[in-house]
Design a protein around this ligand. Sequence first.
Ligand SMILES: [Zn+2]
Length: 122
Amino acid sequence: MWSLGSGTCALYTEDPEAAKAARQAKLRPMAAYYRLKGKGAFAWQFAGPEEKVKEVLRKAKKQVKSEQRECAGCGEFFAPRSKRQKFCSKCRQEVKREATRKRVARWRRERGVDQIGPIAQF
Ligand SMILES: [Zn+2]
């Protein structure tokens, strides 16, 4: 968002929800950005009174928040790629590592392995 002077602001967004909100708020469409290979526009630019532009941005931000989820590990917000996803990508790695560690520990316990000798190099 930047000022165009005399209380009018331009809004550039790559978020379709924000673009929708901008249209609903009756901001004036200035441009849509297309990529050669893309389907439809990927970014939009609008102009309108500063207050309205700010309002649209506020709404869009809220929308994004609601689509995000709190990580069960660290509490950070992240954008889940599936409904069952509980951890952010950082914690997911940690969780995976922990699961591997437990699996290996169990495998060793079941077989009574206390130590692994040197592994031959070929
Ligand atoms: Zn996390």
